[in-house]
Write a protein that binds this ligand. Sequence first.
Ligand SMILES: [Zn+2]
Length: 451
Amino acid sequence: MGGLSTAKALVTGAVLLGSAAPVVARAEPVLLISIDGLRPGDVLEADKRGLKIPNLRRFLKEGAFTTGVVGNLPTVTYPSHTTLITGVAPARHGIVSNTTFDPRQINYGGWYWYAQDITAPTLWDAAQQGGLTTGNVHWPVSVGVKTLNWNMPQIWRSGHADDRKLIRALATDGLYDALEHDCGSYADGIDEGVDADETRAKFAIRLIETHKPDFLTVYLAALDHEEHLHGPGSAEANGVLERLDAAVGKLVAAELEQRPDATIALVSDHGFASTDTEINLSRAFIDAGLIKLGADGKVASWDAMPWPSGGSIAVVLARPDDLALKGMVGALLEKLSADPQARIARVADQPAIGRMGGNPQASYYVDLKPGALAGNFSADGPLTKPSRYKGMHGYFPALPEMRSTFMIMGKGVARARNLGEIDMRAIAPTLARQMGVQLPLAEVATLKLGD
Ligand SMILES: [Zn+2]
């Protein structure tokens, strides 16, 4: 509690300065739980969909909720989770895709695991600067966060047993061993099954019991995994969601036992659309001579490269200021848009990408039609083939199926308040206000949760 009173004393002035309207500075602990891929309708229409999720439904009665959260470009996990804790779009926070740009395909499919790539202040930063203590279990882009007191970061490589040594080495000194001592073996970073999520929830509960962090982030992956494999709303996805609901119930109970005044927020990062077809844009780029392959079949040189993000694809030019190249790629994308096989819904230019908060490195951004998804780079694959995934996200944020979830309960939050549809960037500054700290860069206004 010492941390909280310090924070209150320090930040009240800052909060008042940042807003014209009178603002009551709060200083409540916050538990932020993310269920990857949770569609708002699964909670709002749980009975109709045959879902038994009492712990998620509790937020509708005891707190405030949205009918949908509109995200930024692209609507995929790492960019969205970074928006959720910075309050700014990918163009500003730097996590513009799940995977880092790798035109020569040499990085073994590496993701944006490292917090050093985040170029905006996070809620972890704001909380710790406000004198609060911070914790994390498995939140995306959390390797090397300097403002976490207790960090179990998300990373994986191959799924080999050595991956555990990597997490242990990157976690806060001694934390991995201490939690394993009390809870048994931790989950592999690559494991997105529901058993692994239950293990991570158990570790988060132990972290709450032993350290009572003022701000804790917890990330659960299994619903998204099941929606990709079997489709959104499938029996498999619904079964997993019911188990995650139970895990959320335990997390909330543990938090309220240790921190009865806590605010608890439940979020997701994107919705989901059903899919049947995979599109490999690199086929068209190779055929047009924009990507040249060596004798070994690997990329030897490139002028333009597709950078897939699920249902959409950024197109990066080797020389973005080369107008002839830009025109050539634009003409190719126009030709592909006219080909029903390519399943292109829209091609955005740079001003349109900017309006969606998307990747500033992209000269074009291709939105696929729902049902189609972008395959990874393939030197010899066809333009189109049946997809092994039954569900995908990553489409342009205007697509209604991409809406994500935000629900919140705690002191000062009205009961059963419907906040309607909100902008994802409103969530972080709202949580900052609950903690009595402020995010200097927030791009949109905070939400009105109470009276
Ligand atoms: Zn996700």
